[in-house]
Design a protein around this ligand. Structure first.
Ligand code: DGL
Length: 275
């Protein structure tokens, strides 16, 4: 049964541990310009990537509940860590459809690889969960997967060090062995990493294609909205509302400019204390 038009007019809720999910928002804006987007970055508790499944599930549930409480018609988990560890739980407890970023990233990687050897970068929790390796092997048995946890990259991005000798040195540490191997595709398995694309491409070398989840995730969301009769009525440009659980610093402005995002002032909107 098609959803009522008032439901379709409600925003899409998008969350991440911090500002990384804005790379997904940027793709959603391009794919779905008529949708209102409500973004919530859990800046009070970033990073999620070194935390346990239990904590990541709890944080994700709390953040997603804030979005649903504000009327979100769908929740997009724009965080690989939360998608890898908490997607099943969110689908169990939320009353609205939930989309994550792992499957879209897997699709992008499988479309790009020629050699059948894919390298995946992610947080400790994402890599430790095996979510990418499992999904890649399930989709294409026989695929080779090399996974590398990169715990220093999220703090470098949150500090705005996109182009910096410290970032280059860290990337060399993480990517040296991958560059020397025969993987031809590198999955940026964390929504913060596309903000480091240029430095990552230099470190990976010309033989490796970089892929991420953002564009495929936006297409999946569009498909789901259509299937559910939830696409916003056309004719009006959608709004973008950015909010955070702790005041974001001036660096947010740099990210917005880098991603071409237009939005009003960012707000701090924890509805109840998050600890
Ligand atoms: N953007 C999140 C991801 O995609 C970052 C995780 C973190 O907070 O460590 O995994």
């Amino acid at each position: 049964m098609p959803a009522s038009s008032s439901t379709a007019e409600r925003p899409i809720g998008v969350f991440d541990s911090g500002i990384g999910g804005l790379t997904v928002v940027s793709a959603l804006r391009r794919e779905l310009p008529g949708e209102n987007i409500l973004y919530l970055g859990d800046t009070a508790r970033v990073p999620y990537g070194g935390k346990s499944r239990r904590t990541i599930e709890r944080y994700s549930e709390e953040i997603a509940a804030l979005l649903v409480g504000e009327g979100a018609k769908m929740v997009v988990v724009a965080c690989n860590t939360a998608s890898a560890l908490a997607l099943a739980r969110l689908r169990e407890v939320l009353s609205v459809p939930v989309e994550g970023v792992i499957e879209p990233g897997v699709e992008a990687a499988l479309a790009a690889t020629v050699t059948g050897h894919i390298a995946v970068l992610g947080t400790k929790a994402t890599i430790g969960s095996g979510a990418y390796a499992d999904a890649l092997r399930a989709a294409r048995p026989g695929i080779r997967v090399t996974s590398r946890a990169c715990p220093l990259l999220v703090p470098l991005v949150e500090e705005g060090l996109f182009e910096d000798e410290v970032t280059d040195a860290v990337l060399e540490r993480y990517l040296g062995a991958i560059r020397a191997g025969d993987a031809d595709t590198l999955v940026l398995g964390c929504t913060h990493y596309p903000l480091l694309t240029e430095a990552l491409a230099r470190a990976a070398g010309p033989a490796i294609t970089l892929v991420d989840s953002a564009a495929n995730c936006a297409r999946t969301v569009a498909r789901r909205l259509d299937q559910l009769g939830l696409r916003a009525p056309s004719g009006h440009p959608g709004t973008l509302d950015l909010s955070f659980t702790d005041p974001p610093d001036n660096f947010l402005q740099v990210v917005r400019l880098a991603l071409g995002l237009e939005a009003g002032a960012a707000r701090v909107r924890a509805a109840r204390p998050l600890v």
